[in-house]
Design a protein around this ligand. Structure first.
Ligand SMILES: Cc1cc2nc3c(=O)[nH]c(=O)nc-3n(C[C@H](O)[C@H](O)[C@H](O)COP(=O)(O)OP(=O)(O)OC[C@H]3O[C@@H](n4cnc5c(N)ncnc54)[C@H](O)[C@@H]3O)c2cc1C
Length: 391
């Protein structure tokens, strides 16, 4: 993926690096052996896949971007994308768990925590001993995340949190949550701060576990803060920097959601290719019909284009450069391609795509989240437009 040109500059090539191949193979073997047999059990019961998370921790997949000195795997965004794609090809719910835990909670603390905070929280998050959540969205502020109402009032050695957060991944199963709240209402977005909150703190309330269309074994919950006392030392960075921190965290997070979308799209395509070679109608394999061939050709091309866009965002992110536009483009395009891929995959399977014996039925339900989470498709376009117009 990275080579030196004749001037010695690092440039991307279009092969996976050794590390990417290595983690992809580990993720693939794990997903086949440990996740595939239990997918529908977890999907139907909507139970959180805790046992799988323990094993992900042993593999180093709960601290992918964390330096080895803090107990992580020390990988970059390219390896991260390869892992999420491979796992999501089998079960997107597990892909979402890895993405939310790594990119949102853990990475927020890694990027903006001080040494004491990192040493206290990152090793347990990296090993999977603790599961991380990230609480930005509220009932009345989703896309307009800066319009939040949750408050954090400083009293002595504590901030007192009050308010509600919606759709929080790991809201009911996590142990550590990064929470954004207003410390100064008069300053709007510049009055938002971020805090590390331990979920067993009195006043941290799991208000409602959501019953979802897809991604059902990923935990999603509404949480509330009722005079929740958070020690002052749990403030991340400076007061008033929370919103800017959240946007920076999302720049990386969107690469993981694009990878998640790519896993779903590739999984749906692989299943469709297999089916097209097995299913006969009118005395021919359906893969012999040009209508089916064109669908497969379109999807293969779109998925490859989406993957290259995401690898490019990951490559730029690894260099520490500004990736707001690149991450948004990768997430927007991969998400829309994935929706298209699952729709066509069900169509290619006909009635069999509508029943739970084939994986495309679940992909079709799971996929919609990728056009919504970490910023909807509409918001990605807004972000891209703002970047190109310099707004
Ligand atoms: C399964 C799941 C897991 C999630 N996990 C988390 C999590 O861990 N942490 C967290 O903080 N949040 C999480 N979210 C929340 C997610 O990020 C929000 O749902 C998302 O940002 C959209 O917000 P909303 O649902 O309030 O929709 P709204 O913002 O109300 O949007 C509704 C519609 O209006 C459109 N729209 C809004 N504003 C504009 C505009 N300016 N221009 C054009 N169109 C616009 C949107 O694109 C959308 O189509 C999760 C959501 C889901 C479903």
């Amino acid at each position: 993926m990275i080579v030196n040109d004749i001037m010695g500059n690092q440039i991307p090539d279009f092969e996976m690096t050794e590390n990417m191949r290595m983690v992809r193979d580990v993720a693939r073997a794990f997903a086949e052996k440990e996740i595939k047999p239990v997918i529908m059990k977890y999907d139907e019961s909507q139970e959180f896949h805790g046992e799988i998370v323990n094993k992900l921790g042993e593999l180093g997949f709960m601290g992918i971007l964390v330096p080895t000195g803090l107990g992580g795997s020390g990988f970059g965004y390219l390896e991260y994308a390869a892992i999420i794609e491979e796992i999501s090809k089998i079960d997107p719910s597990v892909g979402l768990t890895i993405a939310a835990h790594n990119s949102l909670c853990t990475n927020h603390i890694l990027l903006f925590g001080n040494d004491t905070q990192k040493k206290k929280y990152i090793p347990d998050l990296s090993s999977g001993k603790k599961i991380g959540a990230w609480a930005l969205t509220e009932p009345t502020s989703g896309s307009d995340a800066g319009g939040m109402l949750t408050t954090a009032v400083c009293e002595g050695d504590y901030y007192i949190l009050n308010g509600n957060k919606n759709f929080i991944t790991h809201g009911s199963v996590g142990q550590v949550t990064v929470v954004t709240a207003l410390t100064d209402k008069s300053k709007g977005k510049k009055g938002i701060s971020a805090f590390i909150v331990e979920n067993n703190t009195p006043g941290f309330i799991v208000a409602k576990k959501e019953n979802k269309m897809g991604m059902r074994s990923s935990d999603t919950a509404a949480i509330a803060f009722d005079n929740c006392r958070v020690p002052k030392e749990n403030l991340l960075g400076e007061e008033g920097n929370g919103y800017a921190q959240a946007l920076a965290v999302l720049d990386g997070g969107r690469i993981s959601i694009a990878a998640l979308a790519l896993g779903i799209a590739q999984g749906a395509l692989d299943a469709s290719v297999k089916y097209a070679k097995e299913r006969k109608q009118f005395g021919k394999f359906i893969g012999d019909f040009q209508a089916i061939q064109w669908k497969l050709a379109d999807l293969t091309t779109q998925i490859e284009a989406a993957r290259l866009l995401n690898y490019r965002a990951a490559f730029i992110k690894n260099k520490g450069l500004h990736t707001t536009k690149e991450s948004a483009m990768a997430k927007y395009y991969a998400a829309e391609v994935a929706v298209q891929a699952t729709n066509e995959a069900v169509q290619i399977h006909g009635g069999y795509g509508f029943i739970k014996d084939f994986p495309v039925e679940k992909f079709y339900r799971d996929v919609k989240l990728v056009t919504i989470g970490e910023g909807t498709t509409e918001i990605q376009k807004l972000v891209i437009a703002r970047e190109i117009l310099g707004l």
